[in-house]
Design a protein. Structure first.
Length: 321
């Protein structure tokens, strides 16, 4: 973008930061966060606990001003709320009060980043939202960006889960011509491979057999909202898929099975296990009570996917500085 000078480090602002999945991935991709804005107190506590040095801003996007960062931002990123476009909801789109795309675009016009990245649910690519995506594109083009949309599967980037996410990357035309979507990594573990050490950590005699049977990737984790989210692994169809992997999806466990647990026991996942399924490293601690912690995990953007896209955005910016 004209008027923005070359910077020694790549910087970012993130809105709707949640428990830090996208922020963690972008950090690994080489971005330094100038600000992370999140309305949920529990998620802010997780961010502060893991990265005390981050500038975490707890509050509503409508009362936050991004203009102070004008000319300092390489990447503006955000996973704006997905219920307006989710097949699990009414798909009200622009009519949904939770739709934050208009506010996000206002913030972009205020801070004028060099690049933009949005992530959302697969439903946003439905024909019903063609005109809405075109509206987003038109607003981005008015600001000098060329937007690109793509459906990425988290399982293509090492995340042992069926988690399709729609990504929008918007760059100035010269950088957009250089941008390439990340290629699949093809090294994704099964649920059993990903979780065996945790399942066996307290001596459960059924751990090895369980892991051998849990030989595919997981269904999509569902965090839900404050009103509808709970400590379980999703709707009936998801629970059936989990059961086929030997997992009781009717709740989230406080602890792993132990040496006294029968070998044929059907375990539930702990919050730590769900975080691994979402692509979080064990070093990233999800704080708060169980239900709140699981909601944070279930609503997160898998860090490996954010990292893969972030690296490609950075590469395109480097090639056009």
């Amino acid at each position: 973008m004209k008027g923005i000078s070359r910077m020694t480090a790549f910087t970012s602002i993130e809105i709707c930061a949640g428990a830090g999945g996208q922020a963690l991935g972008l950090e690994k991709a080489g971005f330094k966060h100038l600000a992370l804005v999140e309305i949920e107190k529990a998620a802010c506590e997780t961010l502060k606990h893991n990265r005390p040095q981050w500038n975490v801003i707890e509050g509503d996007l409508h009362s936050w001003d991004a203009e102070e960062y004008k000319g300092q931002v390489d990447l503006f990123a955000g996973g704006v709320p997905c219920p307006p476009f989710s097949k699990a909801g009414k798909q009200l789109g622009a009519l949904d009060e939770r739709n934050l795309f208009p506010r996000a675009l206002e913030l972009i016009s205020e801070c004028k980043p060099r690049a933009v990245m949005f992530e959302n649910v697969r439903g946003l690519l439905d024909p019903a939202f063609d005109s809405y995506r075109e509206w987003i594109d038109s607003k981005l083009r008015e600001m000098g960006y060329e937007p690109q949309w793509k459906l990425l599967q988290a399982s293509d980037f090492g995340v042992p889960q069926l988690r399709p996410r729609v990504i929008c990357v918007a760059l100035p035309p010269e950088a957009a011509a250089k941008f390439q979507w990340p290629k699949p990594s093809n090294n994704t573990p099964s649920v059993g491979e990903a979780l065996y050490d945790l399942m066996a950590s307290k001596g459960w005699p059924g751990a090895k057999e369980w892991a051998e049977k849990a030989n595919t990737i997981a269904p999509t984790l569902v965090g839900g909202s404050k009103k509808h989210g709970g400590p379980d692994l999703g709707p009936t169809r998801s629970k059936r898929a989990w059961l086929s992997l030997g997992v009781d999806g009717g709740g989230v466990a406080n602890d792993v099975p132990n040496a006294e647990t029968p070998a044929d026991f059907i375990p539930k996942l702990t919050v730590r296990m769900t975080a691994r399924i979402q692509g979080f490293p064990d070093s990233w601690e999800i704080t708060g009570r169980k239900t709140s912690a699981y909601r944070q995990v279930g609503n997160a953007f898998p860090p490996p996917v954010a990292e893969a896209v972030g690296r490609q955005i950075r590469k395109a910016l480097e090639e056009t500085q």
